[in-house]
Design a protein around this ligand. Structure first.
Ligand code: TYD
Ligand code: MG
Length: 452
């Protein structure tokens, strides 16, 4: 073996140093630099078969390039296909990140079990029995899915060349280990080397590879940032573990838009695709309750009707409390100040609590109007009609501002049977023959007149 070489890597950002130091120059984190043994291999462990690599690249005119043979593989999971931009691209590398226990292994195992192709699911985290037990909860009959528990890339490639799968899933990249590098599994140099070997394999054989990646406590995928540059697609699986909804979104996608979003519900028997999320997020009740308002928001490109709940009560202690779940607390304070100044509501001595139901977080400014409506409704203790919904941003001078894609939201509200949607007067609307009534308002006083 050649001489052992060591280098120092920042475990946070992947910067490389010749000697140890306390702080990383590039990301300014302390105590993140660690020594790792690297042993540059002469060859990578994926040994391509001769027939497939005797291909010399030469320039082609762009309109002569044939794309038809690269038809995407249909995963039979509508949400997954949608996020990927229409299916799995042959030869692509996809990285799926998410918090521990959110359901990454469940999602990919479930997709492997559904796929109509020969699938190899490599797990470095669970035994074959454990995976079988999990598979039985989901969908026990698929003879096309092979399970391998292995962490050494050399052995994985040996099995791959015997089995010749159509698609390979790796759970997780942090458990992989290549013989050519001596540092431990999960270290930066191992992750880089294993990913390089997998990319080589994927591109040469046109086999798609999906990797699971762990994330660090601040939400980034563990390992070097370069990992995200190396792969074609980075997916993020998120949600509140105590709630049933899981959202799959693309942070990077070389083959599609990053605006699409997939929604799943975690059940006892795996993840269920949710094709109409709005119906689940709005609680069905016969009684009209005060403090509830429905907002027509957008998550990515998908319209989503969300229920906002507010509770306004006289403060028991000296300082009134303001708290918001799923909504920015600073924005809540701003909206309360607008209500106070522009509409004359004295909320200074009241506690205000705000909650977005379903455990989701909303950044869309179009939810402002529903927040104000919920607060007013709770303050007056008068229920809003439950076939009302709202979609507009509220400005500092109490003006009701237009929002993007208002027509898409109106159509979604109509589809779900709402009778009235309140939007800004300044939106340009060209919809005709609507069943839903579109109420246009321009300032916050109009809203007060409308609902109080
Ligand atoms: P898992 O896929 O192991 O998470 P990850 O790989 O992201 O760490 O899923 C973990 C949770 O999902 C686990 O706490 C139990 C739950 N779960 C269900 O509720 N229903 C199911 O059918 C399965 C398989 C898991
Ligand atoms: Mg897992």
């Amino acid at each position: 073996m050649a001489k052992v070489k060591t280098t120092f890597f920042c475990q946070n950002c992947g910067a490389q140093y010749a000697k140890w130091q306390g702080q990383c120059n590039s990301c300014k984190q302390w105590n993140t630099i660690a020594e790792e043994v690297i042993e540059k291999p002469e060859k990578s462990s994926w040994k391509s078969s001769e027939s497939k690599t005797k291909r010399v690249s030469k320039p082609l005119k762009i309109n002569e390039i044939d794309v038809s043979e690269d038809a995407r593989l249909n995963s039979l999971d509508k949400e997954f296909n949608r996020v990927l931009g229409g299916g799995i691209v042959p030869g692509s590398l996809t990285l799926l990140g998410g918090e521990p226990g959110i359901g990454k292994s469940t999602l990919l195992l479930q997709i492997s079990l559904k796929l109509p192709y020969k699938t190899l699911y490599v797990s470095g985290e669970e035994s074959q029995k454990q995976i079988k037990m999990r598979a039985e909860r989901i969908n026990p009959n698929n003879s096309n899915c092979y399970i391998l528990t292995e962490t050494k890339t050399q052995n994985i490639f040996k099995q791959i060349s015997e089995l010749e799968p159509d698609i390979v899933i790796i759970d997780s990249i942090q458990t992989l280990h290549s013989d050519y590098i001596e540092s431990s599994a999960g270290s930066i140099s191992q992750i880089k080397e294993c990913t390089t070997e997998l990319i080589k394999f994927a591109k040469e054989t046109a086999t798609p590879v999906i990797l699971i990646g762990h994330i660090t406590k601040d939400g980034h995928i563990a390992g070097p940032k370069i990992l995200e540059h190396m792969v074609d697609t980075v997916l993020q699986f998120e949600g509140d573990r105590n709630h049933v909804f899981r959202i799959l979104r693309a942070n990077k996608n070389r083959f599609g838009s990053t605006n699409e979003l997939g929604i799943y519900e975690m059940q006892g028997s795996g993840l269920r695709e949710v094709s109409n999320p709005s119906e689940l997020l709005i609680s069905k009740k016969d009684e009209e309750l005060s403090g509830n308002a429905i907002a027509a928001t957008l998550e990515g490109m998908r319209p989503l009707m969300i229920e906002v709940q507010a509770l306004v009560s006289t403060a028991v202690y000296g300082t009134p409390q303001r708290s918001a779940t799923g909504f920015n607390a600073k924005r809540l304070n701003m909206l309360l100040a607008v209500l106070e100044k522009r509409a004359g509501f004295r909320l200074g001595a009241k506690d205000v609590f705000l909650n977005i139901t379903g455990g989701i977080n909303v950044d869309d400014p179009a939810i402002d109007l529903a927040v104000i409506a919920a607060i007013l409704s709770s303050n007056e203790d008068e229920a809003l009609q439950n076939d009302f919904c709202f979609a507009a941003e509220v400005g500092l001078s109490g003006e009701i501002r237009p929002i993007q894609r208002v027509e898409q939201r109106i159509l979604e509200a109509e589809k779900l049977g709402f009778a009235t949607i309140v939007v800004s007067k300044y939106n340009k609307l060209s919809l005709r023959n609507l069943k839903i009534k579109v109420q246009l308002i321009s300032k916050i006083e109009d809203l007060v007149d409308l609902i109080v």
